[in-house]
Ligand binder design. Structure first.
Ligand code: UT7
Length: 334
């Protein structure tokens, strides 16, 4: 990387929160014209979670508390809280403010980032910049989404895809430049706006009876169109990042892909020359949780003892905007 950095940003703690209620494929067979077989073969999803009482801040707070409890982090040590989400509790205040109050992070500032399914990558990059420059010592980066709050359960194309969840990482500085964030390629292309969006509720279409009647408060997705660009976008950028850093498939310990569709994940891994055992997956149990997919995979694989210090890990996502990118991280926890 060309720019000079004072520190490298490393992940030093992780946590996650998934609500207990499970929506399995059988449930969807009972509410729309679909089958377990279609959902599993076309998406890889078997189950997703739904929060019954609560909002995105509860998912994010649950993830933050899990992180603090399992790694002995005190709330007042946190300098900054960044929440990536497309389902904030409210348009304002930022969900980060609600989380700050819930966990008692009395010395923190913070804000939300909206980059849809790439939200965690964009928030991670932003958090790392505060660490690298020396402005912050502990940045909490959370990806959390209550996708069930914007899903139309009468529409079979999309309703089977999404679930609720939250996951978090803590970033801290190190002077060891061989660890932590090494490189990234992040992109946006607003010409993709028309294929994946939520039209109602913002300043373009403030909520009215009409916007609700027209179901503009739900996710709109042209799945086929998004599928094609997602495959190309994630595969291209991940491959480019490997080339830029002279990495072969042997050098990469893990791909951590956004969990939108198992077929997109497989195509990305194939382009990178990675076997299935080098790809982190939890789409089967949680579906697409938008900003929570990548950090929750990290939490689960780390807790299963599958990640070791020095592992080169590529995080990659594609989402609404369009937004997409890949990030190269060297694992720093022993
Ligand atoms: O996370 C942000 C980015 N989002 C994505 O990356 C999602 C990208 N898109 C996708 O993952 C896929 O396009 C979907 C999973 C949404 C759809 O899969 P597909 O293989 O692209 O299906 P399709 O839309 O081409 O539909 C094929 C058929 C259609 O029937 P006909 O027209 O061939 O008779 C659909 O009506 O499958 C039908 N279909 C379903 N059938 C049973 C669509 N949804 C369902 C369903 N159950 N739930």
């Amino acid at each position: 990387m060309a720019r000079e950095k004072k520190y490298n940003a490393i992940i030093t703690a992780l946590g996650m929160y998934f609500p207990d209620k499970v929506l399995d494929n059988k449930y969807f067979e009972s509410i729309v014209d679909t089958t377990d077989e279609w959902i599993v073969t076309r998406t890889g999803i078997k189950e997703r979670r739904m929060i019954e009482n609560g909002a995105t801040s509860d998912l994010a707070t649950g993830a933050a508390k899990d992180l603090m409890e399992t790694h002995n982090v005190k709330p007042e040590e946190i300098d900054c809280i960044i929440v990536a989400t497309v389902t904030p509790d409210m348009l304002f205040p930022a969900t980060a403010c609600i989380v700050q109050n819930n966990i008692g992070a009395s010395n923190a500032w913070g804000f939300d980032i909206e980059a849809a399914c790439s939200g965690f990558l964009f928030a991670f990059q932003t958090g790392c910049s505060f660490i690298e420059s020396g402005q912050c010592k502990k940045v909490l980066v959370i990806g959390a989404d209550k996708m069930t709050s914007i899903t139309d359960y009468t529409e079979r194309n999309n309703c089977i895809l999404f679930g609720d969840g939250g996951a978090a990482v803590l970033l801290e500085p190190t002077e060891d430049k061989s660890l932590g964030l090494q490189d990234y390629i992040l992109r946006i292309d607003g010409s993709g706006e028309k294929y994946l969006n939520m039209k109602g509720g913002g300043s373009l279409n403030p909520p009215t009876h009409e916007t609700v009647d027209k179901k503009m408060h739900y996710i709109f997705q042209d799945g086929k169109a998004v599928f094609k660009v997602a495959v190309k976008g994630m595969a291209d950028v991940s491959f480019e990042l490997m080339q830029k850093n002279n990495l072969t498939s042997d050098d990469v310990a893990y791909l951590v892909p956004h969990q939108a569709n198992m077929r997109i994940i497989d195509a990305t891994a194939e382009r990178m020359g990675l076997n299935k055992d080098k790809v982190m997956v939890n789409i089967d149990r949680y579906g697409n949780t938008t900003a929570a997919t990548i950090p929750s995979c990290l939490v689960e694989y780390y807790r299963a003892g599958k990640v070791k210090k020095g592992d080169k890990i590529i995080l990659s996502a594609f989402g609404a905007g369009y937004t997409w990118g890949s990030t190269l991280v060297v694992w720093a926890i022993d």
